[in-house]
Write a protein that binds this ligand. Sequence first.
Ligand code: ZN
Ligand code: ZN
Length: 266
Amino acid sequence: MEKGIGVRFLGTGAADWNGRDERGELRRLTSILVDRHILIDFTPTAEDMLPEGSRPDIIFYTHSHRDHYNPEAALKAGVKRVYLSQTWYDIAKVDFDRAAKALNMEPPLITPVYIGQQLQIEDLTVTPLPANHATGYMTEQTLIYLLEKQNTRLLYATDTGGIPALAARISGIDAHQKGSPITALIMEATMGVDYEADFRLFTHSSVALVERTVRVLKETKRYLPPVGQPVYITHLARTLHGTQADLDAHLPEPLRAAYDGLEVLF
Ligand SMILES: [Zn+2]
Ligand SMILES: [Zn+2]
């Protein structure tokens, strides 16, 4: 089995990033490929970012927003197994049946998942955790994910306004509770440094919030990364961030802006 958790960022933009912008910058809608065959979210914008010859067979969804969820794109990519929150399973089942019919394909196996449930995909353990986010379905519980393999504990947190208390508790990073530290963090920063007062405050995070989160986790020893490993920010809003070059030059340590096509072994 492969050592560590391999992540390829397929897209790193928020919902407003619709193609190359006036600065020449392009971020596709946010999704990642884990260990070369497991997707977390996927849209048509990232179809060209799948590595040559890769056929992802599994997808986990964070939530039903259209910048993350597109049944046809998942089926076309090769997905056979779908995991998503039980709170919108009925909706997804209808969507996927319809998409499969339109593509003349078999519908995938959809597994509804629950907060805190540990799912085993070969040697990777995936735990759904609550996000602080909302969709048009008032009863949908959106998710972030803890990914574990051997000594790596990676928290993948998009779309969410901070890390909710229950997510911190289950993942072990709540200093009030006993728990194992995480060793890696990918967190959304929809808002850039100069956009602290943005209206997205209730559903998304900012660079300052990610920085504060990391500082607290380090001080409480609940984030113990290998030396030199950055915290990657993703889901960047087009109008709320500088260019990749600006971000590379000015983001506070240990934050680093992920970009489309970046591959990291955690
Ligand atoms: Zn989003
Ligand atoms: Zn969203």
